[in-house]
Design a protein around this ligand. Structure first.
Ligand code: ADP
Ligand code: MG
Length: 284
C-alpha cells in the first residue's frame, strides 16, 4: 500500500480553503465516489472531515453504511434551518469522518427554496456560526447532478469546487454551464469561489478514446487538472453495496491506491493555494 502522506491539516495556514463542493451537473461521473473516498483518505491522515450529502438520492449516505431510517434529521433539515447541526450530524464507521446524511425529503427542497427568504444563502447561514469551521478541518459537499437551487446553495457556501470528469466522449459537454455558473456566483454571491481542481475518473489507459479525452481535458483546463487520475476499477463499483468506501473495502486495489494519491495531491495543492493567497494578501 502506498504510504499515506503524513502532512497534517493542523499546520495548514488559516487562509487554506476548507469547504469544498464536489460538483458536475452530469450524473454518474464519480462525484459521490470521489466525495466518500477523498473524505475517508483525509480522515485517515488525521484530518477531521465532515461530508454533507446534498443529493436526495443519498448515495454518499448509502456508501457510508447509513441506513435510510437514520437519515432524518439530515441535510434537508440542516439546509432549511429546521434542525440544529448537532441533530443532523452522524458518526460513520471511519473515525474522524462525520456525515450529514440525505433523505429523500431533500428532493422537496428544490421547490420549497424558491419562495424562501435568502434562498441562495440557506447553506451559508446553516454553516455560518463558525462552529463548523472550528470543528472540522475539511468539509466536503456531495452535490446532486443539476445546477438547481440546492447546488447553488452549495456553490454560495463553499471556498472552492472539485469537478470530477468522466474520461469518456463528450466529457467536456455541459461543463461550460458549470463554469458559467461558478463565474456568475463568484462575481455576485461568493467572491472566493473558484475551481480547486478537475479530477479525471473512470480512466482506462488501454483505450485510445480515454487517452484522447484526457489530453483534451488537460489542454482545456491545464494545471487545474489533477495529475492523479482515477482508473476504472471494479472494486470501486462493488464497494457501495457493502456500505463501505473502497478504501476500507479493499485498500490494496488500484482504485484505492488512486484515491490515496489523490488525497495527497489535494493536500499539497491546498497548501500551495493557501501560501499563494497569503503572499498576495499580506496580513494587515
Ligand atoms: N473509477 C471507477 N471505476 C468503476 N466504477 C466507478 C468508478 N467511479 C465510480 N464508479 C461507479 O459509477 C457509478 C457512478 O458513480 P458516482 O460516484 O455515483 O457518480 P455521481 O455521484 O457523479 O453520479 C457508481 O455506480 C460508481 O460505483
Ligand atoms: Mg452522486
Amino acid at each position: 500500500m502506498t504510504p499515506l502522506s503524513s502532512e497534517s491539516a493542523t499546520i495548514l495556514p488559516d487562509s487554506a480553503p476548507q469547504i469544498f463542493a464536489i460538483a458536475n451537473q452530469k450524473g454518474g461521473v464519480g462525484k459521490t465516489t470521489t466525495a466518500i473516498n477523498l473524505a475517508t483518505a483525509l480522515a485517515a491522515v488525521g484530518e477531521k472531515v465532515l461530508l454533507i450529502d446534498l443529493d436526495p438520492q443519498g448515495n454518499a449516505s448509502t456508501s457510508l453504511g447509513i441506513s435510510r431510517s437514520e437519515r432524518s434529521p439530515g441535510s434537508y433539515e440542516f439546509l432549511l434551518g429546521l434542525s440544529p447541526l448537532a441533530d443532523c450530524v452522524r458518526t460513520s464507521q471511519i473515525p474522524d469522518l462525520a456525515v450529514i446524511p440525505a433523505a429523500t425529503s431533500l428532493a422537496g427542497a428544490e421547490i420549497e427554496l424558491i419562495d424562501m427568504d435568502r434562498r441562495e444563502h440557506r447553506l451559508v447561514d446553516a454553516l455560518g456560526s463558525g462552529e463548523v469551521r472550528a470543528r472540522w478541518t475539511t468539509i466536503l459537499i456531495d452535490c446532486p447532478p443539476s445546477l438547481g437551487l440546492v447546488t447553488l446553495n452549495a456553490l454560495v457556501a463553499v471556498d472552492a469546487v472539485l469537478v470530477p470528469l468522466q474520461a469518456e466522449f463528450l466529457a467536456l459537454e455541459g461543463i461550460g454551464a458549470l463554469g458559467t455558473t461558478i463565474d456568475r456566483i463568484s462575481k455576485r454571491l461568493n467572491p472566493k469561489l473558484h475551481i480547486a481542481g478537475v479530477v479525471l475518473t473512470m480512466v482506462d489507459r488501454r483505450m485510445t478514446l480515454s487517452q484522447q479525452v484526457e489530453a483534451d481535458v488537460r489542454a482545456h483546463y491545464g494545471d487545474l487538472v489533477f495529475g492523479t487520475t482515477i482508473p476504472r476499477n471494479v472494486r470501486i463499483a462493488e464497494a457501495p453495496s457493502h456500505g463501505l468506501p473502497v478504501l476500507i473495502y479493499d485498500n490494496a486495489c488500484a482504485g484505492s491506491q488512486a484515491y490515496i494519491l489523490l488525497a495527497s495531491e489535494f493536500i499539497r495543492r491546498r497548501r500551495i493555494a493557501a501560501e499563494q493567497k497569503a503572499h498576495h494578501e499580506p496580513a494587515s
